[in-house]
Write a protein that binds this ligand. Structure first.
Ligand code: HEM
Length: 150
């Protein structure tokens, strides 16, 4: 169960990153060229939202089943501090930004505003995610894999 969830969480990161990067490139082009917010823009924004929300569900399941919440007092340990607070808070903010960006983009009445609202919210979310993933080269990510099971 634990291995399955970590593998899923680890794999979904790539879908989340791919979707948000494509959505960002598209909204950047849309902003620059003043093009319509079309079907494919909508599809990538929605895929980003879905991937991030799935990460939230799997992440929360991992967080509580692995008892990270019970270790919040142990802040001297870098790995514990990372998973119990830093990763959680940063990713919650990133997921909130993706959600807000998507909702505000949908509510906008002009195509340019749709692209812009999505672009800025997704850009900050992407930076937060890149900084807060426990990449294998980081001290807190020691032992983690680039791809699950490898
Ligand atoms: C887009 C958002 C997120 C991304 C890209 C992401 C990415 C990752 C990655 C790559 C790992 C390492 C997996 C491994 O190789 O073992 C990880 C671990 C973990 N993540 Fe996330 N995460 C996200 C959101 C969240 C959220 C919102 C939570 C909590 C609510 C969370 C909780 C955890 C926990 C607890 C672990 C450690 C699992 C363990 O006990 O080994 N993640 N995350």
């Amino acid at each position: 169960m634990y291995t399955g969830l970590t593998h899923l969480h680890s794999l979904l990161r790539w879908f989340a990153l791919l979707a948000i990067i494509i959505a960002l490139v598209k909204s950047f082009q849309g902003m620059r060229q003043g093009t319509d917010f079309g079907k494919s823009d909508n599809r990538w924004a929605l895929l980003t939202l879905i991937a991030f929300h799935l990460q939230l569900l799997v992440g929360l399941a991992l967080y509580f089943t692995q008892g990270w919440h019970t270790q919040i007092g142990n802040m001297a340990d870098k790995v514990v501090r990372f998973y119990s607070i830093e990763h959680l808070v940063a990713m919650l903010i990133a997921i909130a930004l993706v959600t807000i960006g998507r909702v505000r983009s949908k509510k906008a009445t002009t195509a340019i505003a749709k692209h812009k609202r999505q672009f800025w919210a997704f850009l900050v979310a992407l930076v937060l995610v890149l900084i807060n993933v426990p990449w294998p080269f980081r001290e807190v990510g020691a032992g983690n894999a680039w791809f699950p099971g490898m």
